[in-house]
Write a protein that binds this ligand. Structure first.
Ligand SMILES: NC(=O)C1=CN([C@@H]2O[C@H](COP(=O)(O)OP(=O)(O)OC[C@H]3O[C@@H](n4cnc5c(N)ncnc54)[C@H](O)[C@@H]3O)[C@@H](O)[C@H]2O)C=CC1
Ligand SMILES: CC(=O)C(=O)O
Ligand SMILES: [Mg+2]
Length: 576
């Protein structure tokens, strides 16, 4: 969630010290001379010290003056600020793309400097490298394309993937974000152009969670597109064919998964922005076989549950009151269903009654309220389908306005992908909510697809609401073979418990993005502890499952912090 708050300065300064005092270890490089300057991972531009220029055959390939990392940083920020000044008054999309281009050029040239700039200015730069600008970048990707990033596996590569995976230059990969481009944010099928999402998400993980960028891999699985405009676009860079379906489709995903886990058995694969039918089917197909998860189903649920628990506290009630919250979810897709499934599990855990856990949850899709009378009721939505008449006057397909008026929900949560569905009438109806502090979550991305704006929510629903909107926040997972619901629940609970009572009461449900590294450390530690409790933790490097099991909560946080990557120039050592 993009949200506004601060947390304890003491925690922040302690962790910052921990991060910045780390002495960079040497980095082995198998290249020399100009090849190093052209490799963004090793390149330091004018920052190479003279000894390194000698050792690596760089003398004469750079101007003589050595510019420090700090000076390079300042120079980039000055260029960025002049770009901001020079583009003032131009259309938002022009400005956003100009900002993305300058960051992307740095990314392509010098990754260390790029990630430092990103980390230190995360609040300003996250909306450029991630939602909302990443949506615009994906829509225009074929025209913006200059250099490749990540890997592309297409339907034409069938039978070749096991060898193709070895074309990736890094020896170790920990984290892969994979999309087939079929449901990019709320923008629909963008085919191969959806690669921008895995790139943007992974950049956020590096900046926010300290994942080592040399061990990440954004992947596009191009099985065609059903977007007619793209198929007719002469610049379109993907396969010009309709999407594969059925077994043909699954055989491509199967082959990719086998190839990845053959080369990197310990990697995590995050499925991102798959259309709903494949999101659920692939999650069921692979979750027990591979270390994978679907972010739209499971990641969103973790973040949303944290917000829902925060809402209860914001109302001045105890968390034990969560089962009494009436929640209306608009959007019965991968995200909406994921959120409700996790909320049901939380209620069942609190009450011990699994069968009635969905009682207070109401689900709508594009055809209105979902009841048991729904024709072709999706099995995934069935647990949330209401008995018609459960609330007097609410029938199958009832409109959102009718539902809000009759149910008087405590929480209205949008994951429909449709901008503006929380219109003035709906928001005004929320004034009659039974809650002392109703919550409105407009979670669809990018901004123009959000169900309402923050300004409209406060204007029409009243000032006494809590509001949250679309989120780049992710969980950190360390060293477990499977990703379980218990781990996701632990992450949500940790995130929810993060805020002080004062912050929560003033409507701040999520911590500030400025402090995101520290939060991810705490969330990561709670996931590690959940993995230990479920006897699924494997550990990493010298720290095995036994060592993890003996760590206190604080020690686990320190351990996660110690393992976070931090961008500094490491001494380069050449090895043939
Ligand atoms: N903020 C966050 O953390 C996240 C946000 N999202 C956003 O959620 C949105 C939906 O994602 P998915 O569930 O994966 O998509 P999906 O395509 O699987 O589902 C969309 C659902 O919305 C329903 N819908 C469409 N028009 C509607 C209308 N006018 N009224 C009510 N319901 C309507 C559809 O019937 C469908 O059930 C996207 O915009 C995505 O960007 C998704 C994941 C995380
Ligand atoms: C945030 C995210 O995953 C989405 O909008 O799809
Ligand atoms: Mg997504």
């Amino acid at each position: 969630m993009w949200n506004l708050a601060r947390f304890a300065a003491s925690r922040l300064s302690r962790s910052r010290r921990l991060l910045s005092t780390a002495i960079p270890g040497p980095c082995i490089v198998h290249k020399r001379g100009a090849d190093i300057l052209h490799d963004p991972w090793f390149n330091k531009d004018t920052g190479f010290p003279l000894t390194e220029r000698d050792r690596l055959g760089l003398r004469g390939l750079l101007p003589p003056r050595i510019i420090s990392f700090e000076q390079q940083y300042d120079r980039f920020m000055e260029s960025y600020q002049s770009l901001e000044k020079n583009t003032k008054g131009q259309p938002d999309s022009v400005v956003a793309l100009a900002k993305w281009r300058i960051l992307n050029r740095l990314h392509d040239r010098n990754e260390t400097l790029y990630y430092r700039v990103l980390m230190d200015n995360i609040k300003n730069f996250a909306p450029i490298i991630y939602t909302p600008t990443v949506g615009l970048v994906c829509q225009n990707y074929s025209g913006l394309f200059r250099r490749p990033r990540g890997m592309y596996f297409s339907a034409k590569d069938k039978g070749e993937m096991m060898s193709m995976i070895y074309n990736w230059p890094a020896h170790q990969v920990d984290m892969i974000v994979l999309t087939d481009g079929s449901r990019i944010l709320g923008l629909g099928d963008l085919g191969v152009q959806g690669i921008g999402i895995p790139i943007g998400k992974l950049d956020m993980y590096v900046a926010a969670a300290g994942i080592n960028p040399q061990r990440i891999l954004p992947v596009m699985l191009d099985v065609g597109t059903n977007n007619q405009k793209l198929l007719e676009d002469r610049l379109y860079l993907g396969l010009r064919q309709p999407r594969l379906e059925g077994e043909e489709y699954l055989s491509i995903v199967d082959e990719f998964m086998e190839a990845v886990f053959t080369r990197w058995p310990k990697a995590i694969v995050q499925f991102e922005d798959f259309q709903m039918k494949w999101a659920f089917e692939t999650l069921e197909r692979y979750r027990k076989r591979f270390c994978m998860f679907n972010d739209d189903i499971q990641g969103t649920a973790g973040v949303a549950l944290a917000g829902l628990l925060g809402t209860v506290r914001a109302q001045g009630r105890s968390l034990a009151d969560f089962p009494n919250q009436k929640i209306v979810v608009v959007g019965a897709g991968s995200a909406g269903l994921g959120v409700l499934s996790m909320a049901v599990k939380a209620v069942a855990k609190m009450t011990g009654k699994a069968e009635t856990a969905a009682h207070n949850f109401f689900l709508l899709d594009k055809d209105g309220l979902i009841t048991k009378e729904r024709k072709n009721l999706d099995p995934a939505a069935a647990p949330f389908a209401k008995d018609p008449g459960q609330i007097v006057g609410l029938t199958e397909g009832a409109s959102l306005l009718e539902v809000v008026k009759k149910v008087k929900p405590d929480v209205l949560l949008g994951l429909s992908g449709v901008g503006g569905v929380f219109n003035e009438e709906v928001l005004k109806a929320m004034r009659e909510s039974g809650s002392s502090k109703p919550a409105i979550f407009a979670m669809s991305n990018p901004t123009m697809n959000a169900e309402c704006t923050a300004a409209d929510a406060f204007k029409h629903a009243g000032e006494n609401i809590v509001f949250a909107s679309g989120s780049p926040f992710e969980n950190v997972v360390l060293g477990a073979r499977h990703i379980t619901d218990g781990m996701l629940q632990a992450a949500a609970e940790c995130l929810a418990s993060y805020m002080t009572d004062e912050e929560i009461k003033s409507g701040i449900l999520y911590p500030s993005i400025d402090s995101i590294r520290h939060i991810t450390a705490e969330v990561g530690a709670s996931v590690v502890r959940a993995a230990v409790a479920e006897e699924l933790a494997e550990g990493h490097g010298d720290v095995g499952s036994r060592e993890l099991a003996h760590m206190s909560k604080e020690e686990t946080v320190e351990y996660v912090l110690r393992n976070m990557w931090y961008p500094v120039y490491s001494p380069l050592v050449h090895e043939k």
